[in-house]
Write a protein that binds this ligand. Structure first.
Ligand code: ATP
Ligand code: MG
Length: 347
């Protein structure tokens, strides 16, 4: 069986550090590995509209930001088919038939959706489209016969839902669809990176993000604002590591090389943690190390982004070509899908 990667992001803003450690880093590894037959990266504008239908301009603007972020990170259009979700109408057809295979109770049980519904305070006015987005996500994955999905841990319920649909479809209509598996980050701390407030996961919708494109001074400002240990008042006080966002980020982004480059007083992050817990290490000190490490990672991304942004025609051409290639695959696969459903009347 072919090994096909598919993944994507909602164009609701620019990409942030959560995306980077949660999914982009894995995508870059998979792209470099040559172990896969095909790789798709989708900009999920239709999905983004399910909870932003009142602000289509935001979604349209964000498509541009996301493709720039992809290219800036080093995702390679020679190896990846980039496409825009709404430009593939076959996805809507898949979604429509999948809705027959899913119950309302099942959709309401999805823990990620539950959490998002609470955050968005829809109360009794839940848009049906939003509740059903996991079904449309099942369409995204299965239409392209994707087998490997590099995502953050919040997406596991979506992949579970997808595989349930696949099994149900295959048992009813014959073996047509393939199941997929999530590819999570290697470092568990990156499964769900918290925002700089330390409260929730870093998310565009929550305004607690460090964006990949943030300028150096903004990055510094955000790191200096980070939540640490509220009881660590004097430098000499013992400090807590758990729930201290600066240490969470150090765990997520540090490598031994980067650590040694920017911290001369301690031989390793473990030693720095010990000293902080004992007392005598200030928050400014740890924040400075984190800022330098993040800036080291983000500087080349920021620079490449500026280069690409100079020629937006070229950037849109990449997206247009990818979308056209994806559309060809979608048309072919839809035929097989309709045949399974016995609705291929004139073929
Ligand atoms: P929105 O608030 O609009 O939902 P988002 O910030 O949650 O945006 P998505 O576009 O929903 O971003 O997510 C894209 C991908 O990035 C998914 O694979 C998701 O698991 C991953 N991801 C997003 N935020 C994080 C995070 N904080 N930590 C790890 N992975 C993340
Ligand atoms: Mg999200």
């Amino acid at each position: 069986m072919e090994k096909i990667i598919l993944t994507g992001d909602r164009p609701t803003g620019k990409l942030h550090l959560g995306h980077y450690v949660g999914s982009i880093k894995k995508r870059l590894e998979m792209q470099a590995s040559n172990d896969y037959d095909k790789m798709y990266v989708m900009i999920a504008d239709s999905q983004a509209l399910t909870d932003n239908f009142d602000n289509p301009s935001k979604i349209r603007e964000s498509v541009k930001e996301i493709i720039l972020d992809y290219l800036a990170c080093g995702l390679d259009p020679e190896k990846i088919t980039f496409f825009i979700q709404s430009m593939i109408p076959e996805l809507t057809e898949y979604t429509f038939y999948y809705l027959n295979l899913v119950t309302l109770a099942r959709l309401e049980r999805n823990p990620t959706v539950k959490n998002e519904l609470q955050q968005k305070e829809f109360k009794n006015n839940i848009p049906v489209g939003f509740l059903c987005y996991p079904v449309s996500q099942a369409a995204d994955i299965t239409l392209f016969k994707a087998t490997h999905i590099p995502v953050g841990v919040d997406q596991l319920p979506m992949l579970e839902q997808t595989n349930e649909i696949v099994r149900k479809f295959n048992s009813l209509y014959g073996n047509t669809l393939v199941e997929c598996e999530a590819i999570l980050p290697d470092n568990e701390i990156c499964f769900r990176l918290p925002g700089i407030d330390g409260k929730n996961k870093m998310s565009k919708s929550l305004g607690n993000c460090i964006y990949l494109s943030d300028e150096e001074d903004i990055l510094k400002e955000k790191v200096m604002k980070m939540y640490t240990d509220p009881n660590h008042i004097k430098v000499s006080d013992p400090g807590q590591i758990e729930g201290n966002v600066v240490f969470t980020y150090l765990d997520a982004f540090e490598t031994p090389e980067l650590f040694t480059k920017y911290c001369k007083d301690y031989v390793s992050l473990a030693e720095l943690k010990k000293a902080y817990q004992k007392g005598g290490v200030g928050d400014m000190y740890i924040k400075k190390i984190l800022f330098n490490i993040l800036n080291d990672i983000l500087t080349p991304i920021r620079e490449r982004r500026k280069e690409y942004a100079k020629d937006m025609d070229k950037v849109y051409a990449i997206l247009k070509q990818g979308t056209s290639n994806a559309r060809e695959v979608a048309k072919t696969n839809l035929k097989e899908f309709k045949k399974a459903l016995r609705i291929d009347y004139f073929d």
